[in-house]
Design a protein. Structure first.
Length: 275
């Protein structure tokens, strides 16, 4: 069954948890879809985990469209959310609608995500009015890493916590169908979740959000440049990959790969005529 923004809304109403992961390519998206994951975010985190940048700031619209289209070809049932990269929506409401439209039209996602609270509400409203569902993202918003002075937990003081609660209400009011809460103290995330009617999707925001999201290379232990406290490694795929690469290298060096079953045949009669 195809997951839609309505599925997300109904899940919150029924108290059913929503599972989301990031993906950036066809094969991984297909595996996640077969596993039954509700939503796939083609995150601008691809700048770090796929392209090796130190942050997400260099990711372009072309990068996002390219990877979103690949994921969309692989996942038939998950709701696909395309992330709007740095400076594709902050510059104006016009740019925001134009670029969200490109992501949906060329990337074939069913929703877009953008970072920020009150300051991007005009963009959220205008994109939503163009019939493109918007997932908001507040708390630690990685595109603001330079303004924050690093990747830090948000909303710890009374003033900051109040501001985050207000931002969550503001993005709901502007028309967002869901909101990501990143690096927010668990009790504050619980309060936000209870205070708004749209689903909260947590990453480093405790168990009481309506859903969870993780970067797949983090939860499969494939990316070691950074290991945030909130990441749980559900499988040691990085180690398995290394073992596979080493075994291949060894058999190649020894000449035991390829074996007979991996070879194409030709009749002796044909080959003998070539000598
Ligand atoms: O880009 C991304 O992967 C994200 C998630 C971490 C929520 O924004």
């Amino acid at each position: 069954m195809k997951n839609t923004v309505t599925t997300f809304k109904d899940a919150k109403a029924k108290g059913q948890k929503i599972s989301m992961l990031t993906a950036y390519d066809y094969s991984t998206a297909k595996l996640m879809d077969e596993a039954g994951i509700n939503g796939i975010l083609v995150g601008d985190s691809l700048g770090m985990v796929m392209l090796g940048y130190e942050d997400t700031l260099s990711v372009t619209m072309e990068d996002m469209i390219h990877h979103t289209a690949a994921v969309a070809r692989g996942a038939k049932n998950a709701l696909i959310v395309g992330d709007m990269p740095f400076m594709s929506y902050q510059t104006s409401v016009y740019d925001a609608v134009y670029n969200a439209g490109r992501l949906m039209k060329e990337g074939r996602c069913q929703a877009v995500k953008l970072e920020g609270g009150a300051s991007v509400c005009p963009q959220i409203k205008a994109i939503t009015e163009a019939a493109i569902p918007v997932m908001a993202h507040i708390g630690l918003t990685p595109q603001s890493v330079n303004a924050f002075g690093g990747f830090k937990v948000q909303g710890k003081s009374e003033e900051a916590a109040r501001r985050l609660l207000e931002e969550a209400k503001a993005v709901e009011e502007a028309g967002a169908f869901a909101v990501v809460l990143e690096c927010v103290p668990a009790k504050l995330a619980e309060l936000i979740t209870r205070s708004i009617n749209i689903p909260t999707i947590g990453i480093g925001a405790g168990p009481d959000c309506d859903g969870q999201i993780l970067v797949y290379q983090d939860m499969l232990a494939m990316y070691s440049d950074m290991k945030p406290k909130f990441v749980k490694q559900f499988a040691q795929v990085g180690q398995l990959m290394k073992e596979g690469f080493t075994a291949y290298m060894k058999e190649t060096e020894e000449g035991t790969f390829p074996a007979e079953e991996h070879c194409f045949k030709i009749s002796d009669e044909v080959i003998s005529k070539l000598y």
